[in-house]
Design a protein around this ligand. Structure first.
Ligand SMILES: Cc1cc2nc3c(=O)[nH]c(=O)nc-3n(C[C@H](O)[C@H](O)[C@H](O)COP(=O)(O)O)c2cc1C
Length: 203
């Protein structure tokens, strides 16, 4: 596989990656989709059994139909948490609420799935590889999930067998707005050295 197009430094890709939820309408070229998938499957996976599967959707009408289901799923998650309507939502949900409204317009979506009802850890490294490769070629992404209440309809919509588990829905497209930096707690607040609660020797 020719990966020379992924020439952005790893540091730049990692440190400027952030969730992109607003996309320009331009389609994502199939060659770029392939490159992201080739990067995804290079990820470590349990015993190299490679049970992750990826379903790429770039048909406008299908994405529109799925977007309606995504909106329902997003609100089902919020209702489980006690939020009934937009006015109830705390600010940290505002961006993802916007995505729930506009998933219908995403240029491309990759679903990360697993054979034999495999767990999420079968696909998580691959999804991160996919999103970093996307970043390196200027394509934005965000990992998102669904809700059990839509899962049967999701499987039916795409002809996915019952024993294939869903893990992530990753919309992809050229960003409206900019990539990173993102905002994180300092590592000195999230890392210990040698023993729980023992500080690391940096600020
Ligand atoms: C397991 C997982 C599930 C997520 N689910 C959603 C989601 O359903 N909708 C969404 O808009 N973002 C989702 N995100 C993205 C996070 O909200 C985002 O990574 C976080 O707020 C940090 O923002 P940043 O990526 O811009 O730095 C998810 C991220 C992870 C790791």
């Amino acid at each position: 596989m020719d990966y020379s197009r992924l020439s952005m430094s790893l540091g730049e890709a990692i440190f400027t990656q952030r969730s992109i939820r607003r996309f320009r309408p331009d389609p994502v070229p199939l060659t770029d989709i392939r490159l992201m998938l080739e990067a995804a499957v290079r990820a470590p996976n349990g015993s190299n059994q490679q049970i992750a599967r990826f379903l790429v959707v770039n048909d406008r009408a299908t994405i529109r139909e799925f977007g309606t289901l995504y909106h329902e799923a997003w609100w089902a998650k919020r209702r489980d948490e006690g939020f009934q309507q937009r006015e109830d939502l705390p600010p940290h949900f505002h961006a993802s609420a916007g995505l729930a409204d506009t998933m219908t317009e995403a240029p491309c979506i990759v679903f990360a799935l697993a054979l034999d009802n495999g767990p999420a850890n079968c696909v998580i490294p691959a999804v991160q590889n996919l999103m970093l490769a996307a970043r390196a070629i200027g394509i934005g992404s965000v990992p998102t999930t669904l809700h059990p209440s839509v899962m049967a309809r999701f499987h039916a919509m795409f002809g996915i067998p019952d024993d294939v588990s869903f893990h992530f829905c990753v919309p992809l497209g050229y960003p409206q707005g900019n990539f990173g930096p993102n905002s994180r707690k300092p590592t000195s607040a999230t890392t210990y050295l040698g023993r729980w609660d023992a500080p690391v020797p940096w600020e």
